[in-house]
Design a protein around this ligand. Structure first.
Ligand SMILES: Nc1ncnc2c1ncn2[C@@H]1O[C@H](COP(=O)(O)OP(=O)(O)OP(=O)(O)O)[C@@H](O)[C@H]1O
Ligand SMILES: O=c1ccn([C@@H]2O[C@H](COP(=O)(O)O)[C@@H](O)[C@H]2O)c(=O)[nH]1
Length: 293
C-alpha cells in the first residue's frame, strides 16, 4: 500500500467564526504567537485585494501570453490594460460589497485563500471569517478537498460586538452603525447556519467571547493545546505521577468545580470526562481508576 507523500498531505485548517467584532482577529493573533499557526483573515485578504487592484490579476488566474514580436508587445500591452480595467472592477465590486456588509462571491475569496495557503510554508492555518455562508463552505470543501479540523466559534451578544466595533477606530468603511446592522443580519441569516452545519458534525468548539481578552484566550488555549499522551503501560503509581504533573492546579480547581475529570484512557490519552461511569472518578485524586475504562 502506498504512503501519503508530503506533497499530498493536507494542511490542518481551523475555521474561526463569530459575529463581527466578536474578537476573532484579536484571538487569532494570540494563537499565532503561542501555537505557530498562520492566520488568514478572509476580510483582510479582500481588503488587500482592493488595495493592490490590478497587480493581483494573477490571483484570479489569467494566463500571461508569450511575447515574440512588436505586434505581440502591443497586444500584450492592450491585454494588460484590459486586465487592469477588469481587476479594478473586481476591486470596486469587493469594496461595494464590504460597504454593504454583503458576502463576496466564493470564487474570489477562495482564490485568495488558496493563494495565501500555497505561498505559506506552514501546514496549519486559522481561516478567520470564512466560510460565511453555505455556498462558501461547500465551494471551499469541493475546490480544496479540505475539511476543517474544527470550528472555533466566538459567541458574543450583539450589543457587545456593536460597542467593540464602534470603538475599533481602524478607519474601516464598514465600521459604521448602518453597515454593522447589515453585517449582524447577514451573520444571523447566512453565517450561523454554517456553524450549525459543523455543529451537527461535532466540529464546533464554542467560546464565550463576551469575556475580557485574556479570559477568552484561556478558553481558546484549552481548545488548541494538543492533548498530552501518557504511557499507560507503566505501573499505576507512575502513570498517576505523570498525570499529576500534567494537571495544573488551575485545571484541577476548575475541573472539580465543574465536575469535569481528567482521566487516562486505555490508549494512554488524557481525556476529560463530564460524566464518568466510574464512581471513583468523581474525585480527581482517583483519576487512575479510569485506566480501567
Ligand atoms: N474580549 C474582548 N473584550 C473587549 N474588547 C475586545 C475583545 N476582543 C477584541 N476586542 C476589541 O474589539 C474590537 C474588535 O475585535 P476584532 O477585530 O478582534 O474582532 P473580529 O471578530 O475580528 O471583527 P471583524 O469580524 O469585524 O473583523 C477590537 O478593537 C478589539 O481590540
Ligand atoms: O469570506 C469573507 C470575508 C469577508 N467578506 C466581506 O468582508 C467584510 C469584512 O469582513 P471581516 O471578517 O469583518 O473582516 C464582510 O462584512 C464581507 O462584506 C466576505 O464577503 N467574505
Amino acid at each position: 500500500m502506498g504512503t501519503v507523500s508530503d506533497a499530498e498531505k493536507k494542511p490542518t485548517v481551523i475555521f474561526v467564526l463569530g459575529g463581527p467584532g466578536s474578537g476573532k482577529g484579536t484571538q487569532c493573533a494570540s494563537i499565532v504567537e503561542n501555537f505557530g499557526h498562520t492566520h488568514l483573515s478572509a476580510g483582510d485578504l479582500l481588503r488587500a485585494e482592493i488595495k493592490s487592484g490590478s497587480e493581483n490579476g494573477m490571483t484570479l488566474n489569467l494566463h500571461l501570453i508569450e511575447i515574440y514580436d512588436e505586434q505581440q508587445v502591443m497586444v500584450y500591452t492592450k491585454f494588460r490594460q484590459i486586465r487592469k480595467l477588469f481587476f479594478d472592477e473586481i476591486g470596486t465590486m469587493i469594496q461595494n460589497m464590504i460597504k454593504e456588509g454583503k458576502i463576496v462571491p466564493s470564487e474570489v475569496t477562495i482564490k485568495l485563500l488558496q493563494k495565501a495557503m500555497h505561498e505559506s510554508e506552514n501546514d496549519k492555518f486559522l481561516i478567520d471569517g470564512f466560510p460565511r455562508n453555505e455556498e462558501n463552505r461547500a465551494a471551499f470543501e469541493a475546490v480544496t478537498k479540505i475539511e476543517p479540523a474544527f470550528v472555533l466559534f466566538f459567541d458574543c451578544p450583539e450589543e457587545e460586538m456593536e460597542r467593540r466595533i464602534l470603538s475599533r477606530n481602524e478607519g474601516r468603511v464598514d465600521d459604521n452603525i448602518e453597515t454593522i446592522r447589515k453585517r449582524f443580519k447577514v451573520f444571523q441569516e447566512s453565517s450561523l447556519p454554517v456553524v450549525e452545519y459543523y455543529d451537527s458534525k461535532g466540529k464546533v468548539r464554542k467560546v464565550d467571547a463576551a469575556k475580557p481578552v485574556e479570559e477568552v484566550f484561556e478558553a481558546v488555549k484549552a481548545i488548541i493545546t494538543p492533548k498530552e499522551k501518557v504511557d499507560a503501560a507503566k505501573p499505576v503509581e507512575e502513570v498517576f505521577e505523570v498525570v499529576k504533573s500534567i494537571i495544573t492546579p488551575k485545571e484541577e480547581k476548575d475541573s472539580s468545580k465543574r465536575s469535569v475529570h481528567l482521566c487516562v484512557t486505555k490508549h494512554g490519552t488524557l481525556k476529560e470526562h463530564l460524566l464518568c461511569k466510574f464512581e471513583a472518578c468523581k474525585d480527581s485524586l482517583n483519576a487512575t481508576q479510569c485506566l480501567l475504562s
